[in-house]
Design a protein around this ligand. Structure first.
Ligand SMILES: [Zn+2]
Length: 107
């Protein structure tokens, strides 16, 4: 499975970090291989009315192993999705002193 392949940059993307709002420069090698940012999938966008409906429907406790959590009875229906990206600084919790964005090597 693990072949050594020379990585070829397919494209460069410019995304926005949803945490701090700054630009995330992403270098894409293939569909599942990219550097420079952290992608968490798509985040649903909901209207205030849907949020309200969901909130008013209340919550219930759901158990996962020993872990209990409050789960919405009705999920708000999203009207759109936004890609959720985080810049490396936010991803690492801002604990790193070195700005990891500067360490991306572009060949
Ligand atoms: Zn950020």
């Amino acid at each position: 499975m693990y072949k050594t392949m020379k990585k070829e940059i397919k494209k460069r993307l410019s995304k926005k970090c949803l945490c701090c709002g700054r630009e995330v420069r992403v270098i894409v090698y293939s569909k599942s291989d990219y550097r420079g940012g952290h992608f968490f999938g798509k985040l649903p966008l909901t209207t205030k009315a849907e949020d309200k409906k969901s909130f008013e429907a209340g919550t219930h406790i759901e158990k996962i192993g020993d872990f209990e959590m409050n789960v919405l009875n009705i999920d708000p229906k999203p009207y759109a999705f936004v890609e959720y990206w985080e810049c490396p600084k936010c991803y690492w919790g801002g604990r790193l002193k070195v700005n990891t964005c500067n360490r991306i090597v572009v060949k």
